[in-house]
Ligand binder design. Structure first.
Ligand code: ATP
Ligand code: MG
Length: 251
């Protein structure tokens, strides 16, 4: 340890303590407002024209579906105008798909021998919009009726935060590390959690994921090479999704 010698006539401890206390108070205040236990992320509702566009039908056809009672009224009707939650749009998809002559018109899920799509966004540069692009793609496809899984492979956990989970503060949930670790991994099905955004689930991340790299360096079992770990984890939940988007750390 390097001894810190105060300058002549200076009383560093009082000044340092004062700065430290003020910084700590400011950080505490920020954390309390940013991570209040009851503040959860929510998704806005969609106007009737937006809902029609998401379903790929005209506004006139939507009104007809309501007047015939084919799809239920949304909970939120203000001044004669309908506002739909993303879940209500999903429910309408399910109903319309059942009576649709063209399979997949409203629920464009993969079927038969169509394979799970796995996309990974990467760029060997920090701050180049990997996480932002991942979440935008995920929202886009989830709103269009695909079952989307985002896998946060960045120990920074930005994508996890974007999905409404705060990796900065302790949370008890499992993370993707728990599914790919070499020692007694858990099932990926236990790691994946639904988000506030209908159609979108996440395998969250936090700092612990960085251990995987260290463990991979010392792990010598040729039956479990590091590059098969994520593939194996994904295969355990493959049937539940149409698209997997993986966000990478800069390295
Ligand atoms: N199209 C955009 N227009 C403006 N700002 C953007 C755009 N895309 C991303 N950003 C901003 O750039 C910053 C970095 O984006 P992001 O976190 O997605 O990058 P990243 O590549 O995931 O970073 P990291 O390497 O740290 O994981 C963020 O503040 C984000 O809001
Ligand atoms: Mg990122």
């Amino acid at each position: 340890m390097i001894p810190v010698t105060p300058l002549a006539n200076e009383k560093p401890s009082a000044l340092a303590t004062d700065i430290s206390e003020r910084l700590n108070a400011a950080i505490r205040e920020h954390l309390l407002s940013a991570f209040a236990p009851d503040s959860t992320k929510t998704l806005r509702s969609f106007s009737a024209p937006e809902a029609a566009e998401l379903l790929g039908v005209s506004g006139q056809f939507m009104r007809k579906l309501h007047s015939e009672g084919t799809i239920p009224e949304p909970e939120d009707v203000r001044g004669g105008r309908r506002f739909y939650t993303a879940q209500e749009v999903w429910d309408a998809r399910e109903i319309l798909e059942k009576s649709s002559r063209k399979k997949g018109r409203y629920l464009p899920r993969r079927s038969g021998d169509e394979k799970l799509q796995v996309w990974q966004l990467m760029n060997f540069k920090g701050g180049s919009s990997k996480s932002t692009t991942s979440i935008h793609l995920a929202h886009y496809f989830a709103l269009r009726g695909y079952r989307v899984l985002v896998v946060d492979l960045d120990p920074q956990g930005s994508l996890t935060s974007m999905c409404g989970i705060s990796p900065e503060i302790e949370f008890d949930g499992l993370t993707v590390y728990d599914a790919i670790r070499y020692d007694d991994p858990v099932s990926m099905a236990d790691v994946v959690v639904p988000t506030y955004f209908p159609g979108l689930s996440i395998a969250p991340s936090r700092l612990m994921l960085s251990e995987f790299e260290t463990e991979s360096a010392v792990h010598s079992n040729p039956d479990q090479p590091f590059f098969t770990r994520i593939r194996n984890a994904l295969s355990q939940v493959e049937g539940d999704f149409d698209l997997v988007l993986m966000d990478s750390p800069p390295q």
